[in-house]
Ligand binder design. Structure first.
Ligand SMILES: NC(=O)c1ccc[n+]([C@@H]2O[C@H](COP(=O)([O-])OP(=O)(O)OC[C@H]3O[C@@H](n4cnc5c(N)ncnc54)[C@H](O)[C@@H]3O)[C@@H](O)[C@H]2O)c1
Length: 318
């Protein structure tokens, strides 16, 4: 009988920094969750964020928000990890990655111990390698460990392309795949508007379709985080909205195609690595990874990206 009583929809957030707190706010406003538990090693920061969020509740959606500990991950449909160390001056990317891997070594077992049946969604960088480490540490089925991957890069790409082509970004079908980072790859060969490849669209609209200008849009996409961090110190709104989009696809069992990071096997020579490809996401997490037919240049770029991620994982002991 008890199994028939619906449980409130709980989402746990580990890390109440820029990304975690912004996601919590987006989730609160969305009304998708009835319980949001926030966990951070900096208790005071978590308390401050929760007080502020709770004061929005009477003006928004009825949702219970509280500062919790790992026991509160119990029953969470999704646990989102945004916790991480900040880069120290002069610290290399690998040193930072090593520190975050160490943090994950503490966090992930506590999540799984309390919630073996939920989905873990990782946003902390380097997101692909940390998602792989999460999968290894957790021992969970591969379908239930997801990295936010290139959902953000794909959104940035679509925004810039939408400005260029003058249509709603949601009508632009173009993906960034591979690493969330410097080695990511734009899939020009499949990019389209209403099924029309870009050159055909441009011809019909009387627009110039200059591949150099389009390549520049990709470079702006790839380097966007550096540009934003230089100006405001961190990025938060778009990544939080990307996390929300993934959580929505899970909680509402939408079967949406999103570019997220998951375990890739047997694809253009890549095996045993987390990276992003268009993926069907539903209440089970990864329902299916779509195997795009890439052109030679894209396939070579993806192999390089996967190799780089695998080398980094090995260097970090995974
Ligand atoms: N995947 C993406 O697209 C994307 C985009 C932006 C940022 N990020 C990454 O998200 C992460 C968080 O960024 P941010 O700007 O929110 O950083 P932040 O420094 O503002 O927040 C990190 C939070 O993690 C907490 N924390 C650190 N160690 C912890 C531990 N052991 N247990 C619990 N909490 C712990 C800190 O107290 C802090 O509140 C970074 O790794 C950043 O690179 C990813």
């Amino acid at each position: 009988m008890d199994e028939q009583i619906h449980r409130p929809v709980r989402v746990a957030i580990i890390g109440a920094g820029n990304v975690g707190a912004t996601f919590a706010y987006a989730l609160l406003m969305s009304g998708l969750a009835s319980e949001i538990v926030i966990i951070d090693s900096n208790q005071k920061k978590a308390e401050g964020e929760v007080m502020d969020l709770n004061h929005a509740v009477p003006l928004a959606q009825p949702v219970r928000v509280w500062v919790g500990d790992y026991k509160d991950c119990v029953g969470a449909a999704v646990t989102v990890i945004t916790a991480g160390a900040a880069q120290k001056p002069g610290e290399t990317r690998i040193d930072l990655a090593a520190r975050n891997v160490e943090i994950f070594g503490q966090i992930v077992p506590k999540i799984v111990e309390n919630n073996p049946n939920g989905i873990i969604l990782v946003a902390t960088n380097p997101v692909d390698v940390l998602s792989y480490a999460t999968w290894k540490i957790s021992g969970m089925p591969k379908e239930r460990v997801i990295g936010s991957g290139t959902i953000l890069d794909t959104a940035r790409f679509r925004f810039l392309l939408s400005q260029y082509f003058g249509v709603d970004p949601r009508s632009i079908h173009a993906y960034i795949i591979g690493e969330h980072g410097d080695s990511e790859v734009p899939v020009w060969s499949a990019a389209n508007i209403a099924g029309m490849r870009f050159p055909a669209y441009c011809e019909q609209m009387g627009l110039g379709c200059d591949q150099e200008a389009l390549n520049h849009l990709f470079e702006q996409t790839r380097d966007a985080a550096y540009q934003i961090i230089e100006r405001k110190g961190s990025t938060s709104y778009a990544v939080a909205t990307g996390i929300l989009r993934i959580v929505e696809a899970i909680l509402r069992d939408q079967g949406t195609v999103l570019s997220i990071s998951s375990l890739i096997d047997n694809y253009y020579g890549l095996n045993d690595v987390f990276l992003s490809l268009p993926t069907v996401v539903d209440r089970g997490g990864v329902e299916r990874v779509l195997r795009l037919q890439l052109d030679d240049q894209e396939a070579a770029g993806l192999r390089r990206s996967g190799q780089m991620l695998q080398d980094l994982a090995r260097k970090l002991g995974y």
